[in-house]
Design a protein. Structure first.
Length: 398
């Protein structure tokens, strides 16, 4: 084969009609490829503008392999899609390529259920939660959800809670790729008492709004405001110095600022990446327990046929998404996949060992709680996401 023929073959391989994404890394002329067009396929209920909003490339840009990979990860985390594939097709001339984003859409309505039982600090309790979400309003990826949570005492010191929350989130506020917005309304009626004498009472009707902006590849910054239309909040806690402190919060206004990133490939079934969030809440009531520093982190790696995760501050709720679970402050979890079936689309069993500091007891002694959580998380064809668990803990000083 002469030199001219070899060059022709190489060009055909580079600009083949269905060149997979992997070929980008092998193409020696990648730096000279220009994005001629961006197209969507497989989307019947979702607008292409919304899908391309997660790909930070424009017509005329130089093809960026790293950005294509990042966009595929961003889209894969959205539960409105069963699968996402990004690849290239031949452009109208040499050095030009068409970027194709192909998706398989999931059901627009999604449900989530959590049922658990736990023994913590001498008390048995049950936890039940459910959520109904429309995750693709107007075909533009906006979503609204209703969450209900109940905690019921089974034995021991009292703990009872009822929570209802409505959320509306716009991932691309006013058509922007970078800005997102959230509005919420929630009602909480909770009362807890421990064997050490600490207690909390909280009845609250709250309305909130959050404005956020995505930064760089996976980071974001948000600021939120909350107005408590109804507020009855009292706490009584032993302090480190051995005193017992009573607090009552009457302030109806609160502001929170958060910075974080999320490079996980799935919020419920992560196989790689990390999630991080830090920030603080503030209001002018100096005795308000919301004046606190916030920190959350999770990192996942493949290990021995499964996945291991290190968590600080519980399960993540990045950007405009929200998870509910009974968590431990610092934990290490191992999860392994369950075989799929007609009912189970994806599934995992998991074991999580952890530690939590649960305040102080009389005399200023730190309550150090060690716990073990065992559960099964399933994504099913008919009931949506299901999380079943049991959690037991003991105080190492008791």
């Amino acid at each position: 084969m002469n030199r001219s023929a070899r060059g022709t073959v190489a060009a055909i391989m580079l600009f083949g009609m269905l060149a997979p994404l992997a070929s980008i890394a092998q193409a020696p002329d990648e730096s000279r490829l220009e994005v001629e067009d961006l197209q969507c396929r497989g989307n019947t209920a979702t607008t292409c503008d919304f899908i391309l909003g997660y790909l930070y490339l424009e017509r005329g840009d130089a093809l960026d392999e790293a950005e294509v990979r990042n966009a595929q990860l961003r889209l894969a985390t959205l539960r409105m899609f069963k699968s996402v594939n990004i690849y290239l097709e031949k452009g109208s001339a040499r050095g030009k390529a068409i970027v194709i984003v192909e998706v398989a859409e999931a059901n627009q309505l999604a449900t989530e259920w959590l049922v658990g039982a736990s023994y913590r600090l001498g008390a048995f309790r049950s936890v039940t939660a459910g959520r109904l979400t429309n995750q693709n309003l107007f075909g533009a990826g906006k979503f609204a959800d209703l969450s209900l949570i109940t905690v019921q005492p089974l034995n021991g010191p009292s703990e009872e809670a009822y929570v209802a929350a409505l959320r509306y989130a716009d991932p691309h506020l006013f058509g922007s790729r970078r800005y997102f917005g959230i509005v919420t309304a929630s009602y909480v009626d909770a009362e807890v008492g421990t064997r050490d004498g600490n207690f909390g009472e909280n009845t609250m009707l709250r309305f909130g709004a959050t404005l956020g902006r995505r930064l760089w590849d996976f980071s974001y910054l948000s600021i939120g405001y909350g107005y408590r239309a109804r507020l009855e909040q009292r706490t009584g806690r032993w302090q480190k110095d051995g005193t017992f402190e009573l607090k009552e919060n009457r302030n109806r206004h609160a502001v929170d600022v958060l910075y974080g990133w999320n490079s996980e490939d799935d919020i419920y079934f992560p196989t790689q990446g990390s999630s991080f969030q830090t920030g603080f809440g503030w209001n002018s009531g100096t005795d308000d327990p919301d004046n606190e520093f916030h920190l959350q982190f999770r990192k996942t790696w493949p290990l021995v046929g499964g996945f291991v995760s290190v968590k600080l501050g519980g399960d993540p709720s990045p950007e405009y998404r929200q998870t509910f679970s009974e968590s431990q402050f610092l934990s290490v979890a191992y999860a392994r996949a369950l075989p799929p079936s007609d009912f189970i689309q994806r599934g995992r069993w998991y074991v999580e060992a952890g530690n939590s500091h649960a305040g102080y007891r009389e005399g200023g002694q730190l309550i150090n709680e060690l716990g073990l959580k065992v559960g099964i998380r399933l994504e099913t064809s008919t009931l949506g996401l299901i999380d079943l668990y049991v959690l037991g803990s003991w105080d190492e000083d008791r």
